[in-house]
Design a protein around this ligand. Structure first.
Ligand code: ARG
Length: 587
């Protein structure tokens, strides 16, 4: 039989299976227990050709044996040492291996593969999404929302206590300009009809005024900008009229955002609006003073020296008029979270462009002795690249909502064109889930720090690697299980009849790798590992349909094959759920 066990990574399950197989081969007892111990501790070497074997290097072995113990050429049936390659190979009995793997998948079900070596469980705060409510929900926020959600899911699945925080951008000088814009340009009925659109248009108009007035000079020189700033300062001082407009903008925006989060299947445990920290400046300054970190320049601007290699400059923490800055509010929020959660880890999922802000923030918190801020900046600021070329039919300014709507429309259109389409529920609802799946998987496909190009065709493909392709694979498994004429057993099934089904053994080996992939994804905070794993799984499943049918087979064969497909379906579902997608069972 020619299973090529490529890309094997050592993992507990493989080692366990090896252990069981070796144990069953009745090795000489002393050697057996040594080998058994080794199997648990040593990395399994990749063996890419020939019969199903795993190997470990004898140099690693001899390290564990007493000196001068020569490893016999044949230490038992199933274990062969190879002097030339300096390795000992374990022949795997594919049937026992499959038995062990499938049993483990069945036993753990929707928790299969979720493991983490950071034990005991930690408290982890993941801050993500954090859109600015007076501005459109742009692509950067979309990526943060998607990536932060998966990170939270991974941590939760591994048993950690996760605080999902949204640092809603509802404060800052841009509000001064928005207030002014609303006074100059807004129409009540347009706000009612579509608040975010109206706020956005107003914001664009007022910024245009600023640009036109300032020309080549700095924006701050324009009359409009000055007026906006003075409105903001009135708002900061608590002017009741401005406060009530701000409150309304905020509420309308949050209602819109909630709809979006619901559609994306994202939730937060803590909404922590930036505005809650605008009056915390004096506390922050006191804290910095107590730690002897606060200094003032000749203009009266307060700052802290930054001690992180990447940026050795100054971090301004208070304006000369005493008002807060973005950084001040972030310091206040971090200190408050410290009191509330005392978390072991903190992650800010924010676009690359804000790197220097986070270098400053982490440096200040590090000097204040906040425990998590002692970690490397890359583990704290979870940065990601840009999306290039995103546009909708109606133009280039992109709201996530428009992208979602257009994706749904396009998917629904393709579904209507496909003669095989069957759905449970309405076609539009399924199309919406598929559209969301497509957007999310396109976003998570490669290293998060990479930029990627947005492509409607690739994203919405039913055939090539895409969210729709993955959901299709899942729904196909569902329908196969419903119509194959046998029931999936929930206990061990005799797998002897599928000893020669290479395509199925490939699936089994891939299933065995999942815990390791999960762990890699979690420790590197890179969701793409799960996505790549998922696509490979879909391809292996598709390949097995034609060579290993279930329907119309003798019962033992049908049962055995079905048990592999059932394991595959479970792991596929686990991947989709970690990535934040609902499961589609018919499409
Ligand atoms: N609201 C900010 C923006 O859109 C992002 C906030 C990121 N998080 C933070 N703690 N600073 O630019």
């Amino acid at each position: 039989m020619a299973v090529h066990y490529k890309n094997i990574i050592a993992n507990e399950l493989i080692r366990k299976a090896l252990g069981e197989v070796v144990a069953s081969k009745k090795l000489k007892s002393g050697l057996h227990s040594e080998v058994f111990k080794l199997i648990k501790t040593l990395p399994v070497k990749r063996q890419s050709e020939g019969s199903p074997q795993f190997g470990i290097k004898t140099t690693d072995l001899s390290h564990h044996f007493q000196e001068n113990v020569k490893i016999p050429e044949t230490v038992g049936e199933g274990i062969v040492s190879n002097e030339v390659e300096d390795s000992v190979y374990f022949r795997i009995d594919p049937v026992s291996f499959a038995q062990t793997v499938l049993k483990s998948v069945r036993a753990d079900g929707s928790n299969y593969g979720h493991r983490d070596t950071h034990q005991p469980p930690q408290c982890v705060c993941v801050e993500f999404s954090s859109p600015n409510i007076a501005k459109p929900f742009h692509v950067g926020h979309m990526r943060s929302t998607i990536i932060g959600n998966v990170m939270s899911n991974l941590y939760e699945a591994a048993g950690h206590d996760v605080k999902r925080a949204n640092f809603l951008g509802d404060w800052g000088t841009q509000f001064g300009l928005l207030m002014l814009g609303l006074q100059r340009y807004s129409q009540r009925k347009r706000v009612k009809a579509d608040p975010l659109q109206e706020f956005f248009e107003v914001y664009v108009k007022i910024n245009k005024d600023v640009k036109e007035e300032s020309g080549e000079r700095p924006e701050s020189s324009s009359q409009t900008y000055q007026e906006g700033m003075s409105l903001f300062s009135k708002l900061e001082k608590g002017d009741p009229d401005l406060r009530s407009v701000w409150q309304e903008v905020r509420e309308l925006s949050i209602a819109e955002l909630d709809k979006m989060y619901q559609r994306l299947g994202v939730h937060f445990s803590h909404i922590m609006p930036e505005s809650c920290f605008q009056d915390k400046t004096s506390e922050v300054l006191q804290c910095l003073r107590d730690a002897s970190l606060l200094q003032f320049d000749s203009n009266g601007v307060g700052y802290v020296n930054v001690n992180i290699q990447e940026n050795m400059g100054k971090a301004n923490v208070v304006k000369s008029d005493g008002s807060s800055l973005y950084l001040t509010r972030d310091i206040a929020a971090a200190l408050e979270r410290e009191t509330m959660f005392a978390c072991d880890r903190m992650h800010y999922v924010v676009e690359m462009g804000q790197r220097s802000h986070f270098v400053k923030l982490v440096s200040v918190l590090n000097q204040l002795g906040v425990p998590w801020a002692q970690r490397p900046i890359d583990e704290i600021h979870i940065r990601f690249g840009r999306v290039k070329g995103m546009s909708t039919r109606s133009g280039n300014v992109v709201f996530l909502r428009d992208i979602l709507d257009e994706a749904r429309e396009r998917v629904a259109h393709s579904m209507r064109d496909r003669p095989t389409t069957r759905v449970s529920g309405t076609l539009d609802a399924v199309a919406d889930t598929l559209a969301v799946s497509a957007i999310i998987l396109q976003d998570l496909k490669s290293h998060r720090a990479n930029d990627y190009s947005f492509s409607w065709e690739r994203m919405l493909s039913f055939k090539a690697d895409s969210g729709i392709f993955a959901q299709y694979c899942h729904s196909r498994l569902c329908s196969m299980m419903n119509s194959c004429g046998v029931e999936a057993a929930d206990a061990d099934v005799d797998l002897d009849s599928i000893a020669e089904d290479v395509a199925l053994h490939r699936i089994v080996l891939h299933l065995a790798r999942f815990p390791e992939v999960f762990e890699t994804s979690l420790s590197s905070l890179e969701p793409h590992h799960i996505v790549q794993y998922l696509y490979r799984l879909c391809h292996l499943i598709n390949a097995a349909y034609s060579t290993c049918p279930v329907k119309g087979q003798p019962t033992d064969v049908a049962q055995a094959r079905l048990s592999v497909f059932a394991g595959a379906k479970q792991v596929l579902a686990n991947c989709l759920q970690l990535l934040g997608l609902p499961l589609v069972d018919k499409m």
